[in-house]
Design a protein around this ligand. Structure first.
Ligand code: HEC
Length: 119
């Protein structure tokens, strides 16, 4: 990397900045679907604020509304595990449930249900 970065031209700097910015945005995650837009205030914000009753309500709702079809067999059980964790105020288990579902289904869901209404 060092040899590429030298000499530091204005173009190199702006290129690196642009790359860093787009990488940062991708990592933060943008909601692509109505579900994702609902997740932000109903999952992301209460997790940040450790609002366990709201998280439990949200996760129960998500568990009760799996996407249609056979492509999401673990959807409900993952959300139920999150709901149980919220009831116990177990932050580590809560985050594990978010991550499990996102790792398993986020890309698939965004591809298959870009406009599915939620809730
Ligand atoms: C049973 C599945 C499931 C569970 C559990 C779940 N999510 Fe999601 N979540 C999704 C799917 C699918 C998307 C993708 C939808 C989109 O991006 O439009 C998503 C998107 C999001 C988004 C918006 C996009 C992004 O990448 O930032 C946020 C914020 C979010 N979830 C937070 C949470 C949090 C916090 C938890 C746990 C407390 C959680 N989710 C639990 C399925 C789930």
């Amino acid at each position: 990397m060092r040899s590429i970065l030298r000499p530091t031209s204005p173009l190199t700097v702006s290129l690196i900045l642009a790359l860093a910015l787009s990488a940062g945005l991708a990592a933060a995650g943008e909601a692509k679907t109505p579900l994702g837009k609902w997740m932000k205030p109903n999952m992301g914000a209460p997790l940040a604020g450790q609002d366990f009753p709201t998280l439990k309500t949200s996760l129960d709702l998500v568990a009760s509304k799996p996407p249609p079809g056979a492509g999401y067999p673990k959807w409900a059980s993952m959300a139920q595990a999150g709901s149980a964790a919220a009831a116990k105020q177990d932050v580590a288990a809560l985050k594990a449930s978010c991550k499990q579902c996102h790792d398993a289904y986020k890309d698939q869901y965004i591809k298959e249900f870009p406009t599915r209404a939620f809730p």
